[in-house]
Design a protein around this ligand. Structure first.
Ligand code: ZN
Length: 239
């Protein structure tokens, strides 16, 4: 976790929405940690880590033995969180891997962007990541796994949070590349991070839209498999 002396200078965020999460970004960090999610500081108003990278490692303090990156330094310890976030209004990064999360990031296109030709031809109604997910779910014969913790992003997209499947380590995907799910859908897992609700980018807040009556668990071959099994909120991992 960063100390106050380690952060780089970052621009002060622009005027912000009123109090999207009680207690501002510190409250946001504590709330995420209370859910068992490992957090680390991002530059105020930005998406980039406030912790030093490998190239600038001083090889002192927490890095005395070897450099530790944000994924290793992310924490659920409220004392370390209070200490770090009392220094500056850092945005809140959630390290998905140690948090055992897979987050589906449904994006909206910029004005000059549109679905690629295969989508245009096959599914003319598709306009954004949410639409693509709906089509994928329909093709897989599964309901959209929407009854889960959901955050609206600063750019108008959605983050759907799922428990990572057991026995396999999922990593990030981007759009349709490689194992990606589709146009305007990214996934964040090991090696990935998402901004927690209460973070602010360009003056706009990430906001909790739904906490979900259940916490969905996602299958590692989704959407091809029937991997939408769910666990009740009393599950030990969900407290
Ligand atoms: Zn280091």
């Amino acid at each position: 976790m960063s100390g106050p002396t380690e952060s780089e200078q970052a621009p002060t965020p622009a005027a912000t929405d009123p109090d999207p999460v009680p207690g501002g970004v510190l409250g946001a960090a504590l709330a995420a940690a209370e859910r068992g999610w490992h957090v680390f500081p991002l530059k105020p108003g930005a998406k980039t880590p406030a912790l030093h990278g490998y190239d600038r490692c001083p090889r002192t303090g927490v890095c005395a033995d070897k450099h530790l990156g944000w994924e290793q330094r992310a924490t659920t310890d409220p004392n370390r969180i209070r200490s770090a976030w009392s220094a500056r209004a850092y945005n809140v990064g959630i390290a998905c891997g140690p948090s055992r999360l897979v987050v589906i990031d449904l994006d909206v296109p910029k004005p000059d962007d549109g679905p690629p030709p295969p989508w245009l031809a096959a599914e003319p109604g598709v306009r954004d990541g949410q639409d693509v997910l709906a089509v994928l779910a329909e093709r897989a014969g599964q309901p959209i796994p929407a009854d889960t913790y959901t955050v609206s992003t600063a750019s108008g997209g959605l983050h759907l949070y799922y428990q990572a499947p057991q026995g396999v380590q999922l990593r990030n995907t981007g759009g349709e590349r490689g194992r990606g799910l589709g146009w305007k859908i990214d996934t964040r897992a090991h090696g990935g991070q998402v901004l927690a609700a209460g973070s602010i980018v360009a003056g706009r807040s990430y906001r909790v839209l739904a906490v979900g009556t259940h916490r969905a668990r996602i299958g590692h071959r989704w959407p091809r498999s029937a991997g939408f099994g769910r666990t009740h909120s009393g599950d030990p991992e969900t407290s």
